[in-house]
Design a protein around this ligand. Sequence first.
Ligand SMILES: Nc1ncnc2c1ncn2[C@@H]1O[C@H](COP(=O)(O)OP(=O)(O)OP(=O)(O)O)[C@@H](O)[C@H]1O
Ligand SMILES: [Mg+2]
Length: 256
Amino acid sequence: MLHIENITKYFGGLTALEDISFFVKEGIIEAIIGPNGAGKTTLLNIISGIYAPDKGSVRFKGLEINNTSPYQIAKAGISRTFQHVELFGNMTVLENIMVGRYLRTKAGLFACGFRLPSASAEERAIKRDSEQILEYIGLSHRRNEKASSLPIGEERKLEIGRAIATEPSLLLLDEPASGLNEVETSDLSFFIKKLRDQKNITIILVEHDMRLVMDISDSIVVLDFGKMLAEGTPQEIQNNKLVIDAYLGEDEEVCL
Ligand SMILES: Nc1ncnc2c1ncn2[C@@H]1O[C@H](COP(=O)(O)OP(=O)(O)OP(=O)(O)O)[C@@H](O)[C@H]1O
Ligand SMILES: [Mg+2]
């Protein structure tokens, strides 16, 4: 589904990513792990069109997308969440989902915003679909509350809800468990698996929580200082000497 080929990205004199290549199969959860500053978010930014790579290419369903705008990439079916939750804090929970939904309508946000005649029927459909998404993510009871008033676990879920409202076939999650407690994390883990299994969404998961990663990933890519250190199943990664030395550490508990 997604081919990452020889991706290199510089920030001034810093090489954030160097010659990264891997392939993400349709229908799986692919984790990207690595220490702070390894280049994980930079890679998600390249896939979602926020940055252009200096070398290499990204192909999604056979089409090269590395010179495509974030909007066009979202339209093509790639959606994402951010390391630091980025919701519209002053909007309600329902409105946040509706924003994601506009991408899939003919009129688009522009027409709806200016109340063109074509917009009203479509707006009702958007509202109905958004209510369904809220139901799916279990936040219906919060529909009229301000997004900024939610606890972090629900904020992260709402951000995923907004991302899936665009009907992506590929979803990029940047540290979705960050700031969550154990119960919220296990709830999230169940939810991410549900997106893969029920909605058939392929997922790229950047995450530091190793228990979550080892529990739900089908495949793992390990980055270290912008280089690709290893790729394999959770089992293979846990037994990889290079990975243990660079990242997981010798501690059995961390490797789990
Ligand atoms: N816009 C930018 N301008 C300059 N340097 C940047 C920029 N974005 C990232 N970097 C640098 O690129 C490197 C990789 O950063 P990146 O955010 O991709 O790491 P990460 O693996 O996501 O780390 P973390 O686990 O802390 O989120 C870091 O050294 C970072 O300082
Ligand atoms: Mg990051």
